[in-house]
Design a protein around this ligand. Structure first.
Ligand code: ADP
Length: 370
């Protein structure tokens, strides 16, 4: 089968890596000539935001999917009309692409997400009480496009473009749950993962899975995943990012309609990975079992501050000597500060041991340049 992926980044690369054991042809589209998928798939250099480019790329494929949501969804809708399978549907991609539509989707389906106000332009009166979080309607990614407004003085920093203004949650833990649905409507949910953030870079730091949750919290999450999977009405793999607040209530932060950084440790930590599951969804096959085999964690290999150029992984040989430690690099030759270059998965028998190992590995390795 000819499988087309919009985006040629690390998520696509790991999907292809995992699916190479089956018999398909992978095609990718990315603006960067050296994108992580460029030398492991039939690669087209081009803009996945451009209508004609996406249409041309998709028209001779059996199925088209995404590894990034900022793509031309109108072109995907046209491909659907022409009878090409698009996973997930153009419609749900369009909804999730825009924070305003995404928030309205949660509201319409009774999925708990922080109270919000839509702000279309800078003249609008703000009625949300301080402090609040402003999120750009489009264009936000990896923590960019999100800012906290604490005081009236901060009002001058408000972005002028269309955005969502959201109640600030008193966060105890940030969690993620990856769910899948195939065309038949069969569903599967991965065990919940905790995302421990790096306050400086705002890029995900450690993932820890599974998380010990009270029965009540687990029930809230189960109810959310069920409502979500019914509401999307599309085959796909989705990462639902959640906040657990200090009072024990779960809120949906946002959803990604694709493979997600919070699921990387499933490569070695679960009976099947998010990549295997995504492949099953794309091909409309029976969904895979996804139980956690043991405790697993992940740390991102992110370009260190102050280094740009040809990448060097300082300390890698020592890391490779550690048991139950798995290195995944994304085929990016150039590092720059904050760039995601790879990740390391670690397995352990309990959470304490896992955290110790993650902290140790993090201290052993640095992503620098020659
Ligand atoms: P991105 O998609 O860019 O990662 P998020 O919406 O996930 O943006 O926001 C980035 C971070 O900002 C979150 O991980 C969380 O720590 C914080 N944040 C976002 N929304 C809220 C909120 N309503 N209340 C408190 N913190 C928030």
């Amino acid at each position: 089968m000819k499988i087309g992926i919009l985006g040629g980044g690390q998520l696509g690369r790991m999907l292809i890596q995992s699916a190479l054991k089956y018999d398909d042809e992978f095609y990718t589209l990315d603006p960067a000539s050296d994108a992580p998928c460029h030398n492991i798939s039939y690669f087209t250099q081009g803009n996945f935001n451009d209508y004609e480019t996406v249409l041309n790329f998709g028209k001779d494929k059996d199925v088209v999917t995404i590894e990034i949501e900022h793509v031309n969804a109108d072109a995907l809708a046209e491909l659907e009309k022409q009878g090409i399978r698009v996973v997930p549907n153009a419609n749900i991609i369009k909804t999730i692409q825009q924070k305003i539509l995404q928030k309205e989707f949660y509201k319409a389906h009774n999925i708990p997400s922080p109270e919000f106000q839509v702000v279309w332009n800078s003249d609008e009166k703000i009625i949300m009480p301080l402090p609040f979080v402003q999120k750009m309607n489009t264009g936000g990614y990896d923590g960019k496009g999100v800012q906290v407004i604490k005081t009236e003085d901060d009002f001058q920093n408000l972005w002028k473009e269309a955005s969502v203004i959201e109640n600030m949650v008193d966060i105890d833990k940030e969690l993620s749950v990856i769910v899948a649905r195939n065309e038949k409507g069969e569903t599967n949910t991965f065990p919940v993962t905790e995302m421990v953030a790096d306050p400086k870079l705002n890029l995900l730091d450690f993932n820890v899975c599974p998380v010990l949750l009270t029965e009540d919290v687990q029930e809230q999450i189960d109810a959310i995943t069920e409502k979500f999977l019914n509401a999307v009405n599309s085959p796909g793999l989705f990462a639902i990012e959640l906040f657990l607040d200090k009072e024990g209530k779960i809120w949906v932060n946002e959803t990604a309609p694709r493979l997600h950084n919070s699921g990387h440790q499933t490569q070695e930590g679960n009976t099947n990975s998010q990549f295997e599951q995504m492949y099953r969804v794309v091909k409309n096959l029976p969904l895979a079992d996804t139980d956690a085999i043991t405790y697993s964690g992940m740390l991102n290999l992110v370009g260190a501050e102050g280094y740009s150029g040809k990448v060097v992984y300082e300390g890698m040989e020592d890391v490779l000597k550690l048991p139950e430690t798995y290195v995944h690099l994304y085929g990016k030759t150039e590092t720059k500060p904050g760039r995601k270059m790879g990740h390391i998965n670690v397995l352990a028998d309990c959470r304490e041991e896992l955290m110790e190992k993650l902290v140790k590995v993090k201290g052993m390795i640095r992503v620098i340049s020659e």
